[in-house]
Write a protein that binds this ligand. Structure first.
Ligand code: ATP
Ligand code: MG
Length: 269
């Protein structure tokens, strides 16, 4: 199956209507087939990440957002997990601590952005500050409404200073979320993932969809695009995320650094 990430990329200026975008791939693939298709892609991704690290020139920021039980953890485990941990770091952004709350909302984000040669992966991100913060009115409208522009400027700064940004919204339906939350109740080994507070968020499903639509519509410049990933068929979801990262890294045209010595002239006794 040929996966075309461009079909899922939000183009700058478009007004996103999530209800019209698929939550499941048209063509389902079996777990087994998905696994087999993913293997060579992971191999390619590992090669690209090694050059990223070796060259030490580019910085890569990957953002994951989703409704609860949308599959962020599992996508990160499947696609990012196999990479070399020396060059990749995952950060999960939870509710801010008092110290974080006493700063501006980008303070805790900026310090986790990638340095040269690194890939940094955000499990939730600064977008929470226009999602849960907006939906639950944790700050007044006049404060959060300015944040879309601030986020665009922040991401522009990162881009101008050499960071490649790619953002994934794992798109699921409300019914699917119910199934996944129920699974957390049914399986004792998943109880730890269940948070009764998630039900209060679920009750605001529509508000969240609107908040996501605004965030994705308003913050999708060419240099920091959102991909809306149909996330209910998990093998397809993993393949799409992997292919998007491969395409993004390949577009950087990276090279191993030239040696500062002539290997032919060195003899090891
Ligand atoms: P899982 O999917 O495994 O449940 P999670 O990412 O939901 O993982 P939790 O500890 O369950 O992790 O939830 C983190 C919570 O922190 C989420 O409800 C999220 O919306 C909230 N949060 C993240 N950033 C902010 C923020 N800036 N302001 C307020 N709440 C935030
Ligand atoms: Mg949670």
């Amino acid at each position: 199956m040929k996966i075309k990430p461009d079909d899922f990329r939000i183009t700058p200026g478009s007004k996103v209507n999530l209800a019209k975008l698929p939550t499941a791939a048209e063509q389902n693939i079996s777990k087994q087939d998905g696994h087999e298709a993913l293997r060579p892609m992971i191999k390619r991704l590992r090669e690209l990440q090694e050059v990223l690290y070796a060259q030490g020139k580019h910085k890569v920021l990957v953002v994951f957002q989703a409704m609860d039980a949308g599959g962020k953890d599992s996508t990160i485990r499947n696609v990012i997990g196999p990479l070399n941990p020396q060059g990749v770091r995952v950060t999960s952004f939870k509710a801010p601590t008092p110290e974080e709350l006493s700063r501006d909302y980008l303070w805790r984000i900026h310090r986790e952005t990638p340095g040269k040669g690194m890939m940094r992966v955000f499990n939730r991100s600064h977008y929470e500050d226009v999602l849960i913060v907006r939906v639950k009115e944790l700050v007044p409208r006049k404060v959060w409404s300015k944040r879309y522009e601030q986020i665009n400027q922040f991401e522009r700064l990162l881009y101008d200073e050499g960071t490649t940004i790619v953002k994934f919204f794992l798109h699921i339906s409300k019914d699917y979320q119910k199934q996944r939350l129920q699974r957390r109740l049914d399986r004792p080994d998943k109880h730890w993932k269940f948070n009764p507070d998630d039900l209060a968020e679920r009750a605001r499903w529509n508000d969240y969809q609107v908040a996501f639509e605004d965030a994705i519509s308003q913050c999708s410049p060419r240099h920091a695009p959102w991909y809306v990933v149909p996330a209910e068929h998990r093998p397809f979801r993993n393949l799409l995320v992997a292919q998007t990262l491969i395409d993004t890294l390949e577009s950087l045209d990276m090279k191993y650094p030239e040696p500062t010595f002539d290997p032919a002239k060195i003899t090891i006794d």
